[in-house]
Design a protein around this ligand. Structure first.
Ligand code: ZN
Length: 239
């Protein structure tokens, strides 16, 4: 008599575990297709920067990318785009891809359909109105999703992007440490997650949102990758 209950309990536990994994894993396909890595043959890498634009950081990253001839994708927060339209323009003008990282960086897995729609459509509108670019790539804040996220992104014909590795640069370790962490994790086809802003500080006034160490690390990151035989490709090649 006890057995069916045990079996049912185990199956519910597994389902809950699977749903939690789907909500928190940046590359889980449970809530729709996600690109988390490029081809593992060859030596391609894909640079992505989240949570900008932010004055003094995004500009500096753009300078490095221009000097080195490296493409990147910037997953911009709509509210930050409104605060810093000139920098958002500069990102687009430099030919880098702009992705949608929602309007105000809320954690989507806990929101209902309408709130999720407002975040994603709002970020889309902010980017289109300010930069003139129509974003095709979407990345959820922290990678957190639920079934409603996929429904909204599919309707807007977004491609959802995860990442292969991050290096916790938002904790602002020293630039040399950020560089070392990236070097240690490099692998073919990696989509690299870095940050040029703070999703919860769109105005850019909180010093804790400063991502200058990431900007300082970038020349070394590029040099290390090239020395190891890698080259950088536009993320848009993957979809
Ligand atoms: Zn973010």
């Amino acid at each position: 008599m006890i057995l069916p209950f045990v079996a049912a309990g185990a199956s519910v536990g597994t389902a809950v575990g699977t749903l939690a994994w789907g909500a928190y894993s940046p590359t889980s396909r449970l809530f729709g297709a996600v690109i988390g890595r490029g081809p593992t043959t060859g030596r391609s890498l894909y640079l992505t920067f989240d949570d900008g634009p932010r004055p003094g950081v995004t500009d500096r990253i753009l300078e490095t990318l221009a000097r080195e001839g490296v493409p990147a994708t910037f997953f911009l927060v709509g509210a930050a785009v409104r605060h810093h339209p000139a920098i958002a323009h500069r990102v687009a003008g430099a030919g880098h891809e702009i992705g949608n990282h929602t309007r105000s960086h809320r954690k989507l897995h806990r929101l209902g359909r309408e709130a999720i729609r407002a975040e994603i459509v709002g970020g889309h509108q902010d980017i289109v109105e300010v930069t003139g670019e129509v974003p095709r790539a979407f990345r959820a804040p922290h990678g957190y999703r639920n079934p409603f996220v996929g429904r909204v992104t599919r309707r807007l014909r977004y491609c959802t992007i995860g990442w292969t590795f991050g290096v916790w640069d938002s904790d602002r370790p020293p630039a040399e440490e950020i560089r070392r962490r990236v070097r240690a994790k490099l692998r073919p086809g990696a989509i690299i997650l870095l940050h040029d802003g703070d999703g919860y500080d769109p105005g850019g006034s909180n010093p804790r949102g400063d991502r200058t160490p990431t900007a300082e690390a970038l020349p070394g990151i590029i040099a290390d990758a090239r020395a190891a035989g890698y080259d950088f490709h536009p993320l848009a090649e993957l979809y």
